[in-house]
Write a protein that binds this ligand. Sequence first.
Ligand code: PMP
Length: 398
Amino acid sequence: PHGGTAQWLAEAKQALLFTAVRPDVVMERGEGMYLWDTEGKRYLDFIGGWAVTCLGHSPAVIREALDRQAATLVNASPSFYNKPMIELAKRLTQLSGFDKAFFASTGAEANEGAIKLARKHGALNLGGAYEIVTTVNSFHGRTLATMSATGKSSWEALFAPKVPGFKHVPLNDAESLLAAVDERTCAIMLEPVQGEGGVHAADAGYLHTVRKLCDERGLMLIFDEVQTGLGRTGTMFAFEHDGIRPDVMTLGKGIGGGFPLSAMLTTSRFNLFEPGEQGGTYIGQPLAMAVGNAVVREIVERKLHEHAKEMGDYITRGLESLANAYGLSRIRGKGLLLAFDLPAPRGPELVAACMEAGLLINSPSPSTIRLMPPLIVSRSQADDMLALLSGAMDRLRA
Ligand code: PMP
């Protein structure tokens, strides 16, 4: 049944708008920790759909939730309540301690919601303040507003003019933050652990300062937990590590386990939208809601956040044991959002060598490797990853 890859690739290059450099494989099937391409080659997946497939590939709970919901109601309309929408709002607010949930499809959309809510807060409560302070090296999405919120220097000159009203300050630099906040500021937005930026965690002390500043000035504090949320960092939400609660938290990626689903959670205090100001065709889409319920229930019941913590520690020890031999440095991260630096900017070559050997890893910048496997990863799969990784590093050196 396999083969035909050359034809698929030719058609891909012909018909798809070019937006990404992709290797010459076509992924066909997934199960658990593994993906298979159209040649039947198997890959151990330590990218996890970019921190998305938290329950692994094609888990039974997602298949069953989709089957059941598709047979009941695929779509009514965002104008109506539906049962799985209500269920997921209740489940997520109870789990997180927030009061209110808004649903969307992508992380960027959840962040758009947060940005709009912050501006509404500024308009209503802060005399028209509209500026949002975010961090250098952050990532919040690829829509025009979330791209403008993103602190990525290589994007600075792109797609001008940017959406105005964003200022970027270095993470963990309280002085720069204090200097940036003024009477125009309505919110501060950050990732508790920067993901795309290379896995850099916010310090507890810094987060305390940020929370205090927001409280004193009435600013909205937004945590983008699109990558860190739902068990990824070893706690259910990354804000729990330091006990600093934001006013708004966005979720995406893992919440759908591979299905497009995102959420924005907030408190009753920020229940500020009037009808029609925020929404969309797929808000509360029943299939997505059903999957969200299944995924969140599974993470909670199996305590996958605790497993992520344990496996993160295990993998970290494994990487530390390779560090001397291969010159790996700054092994960092929390739970199953991990990264390390290479002695030379050869990340893309290492990614390719690992792929050749049947292992998928990510290189967010040339000298950094990031690991974000499904939360179900086992010790023996972690051992396999370490063996394939060191083998690939050996070949690169040879
Ligand atoms: N925020 C963070 C922290 C992310 O890591 C990402 C995706 N990498 C996004 C937002 C955007 O999510 P999406 O691609 O689903 O729009």
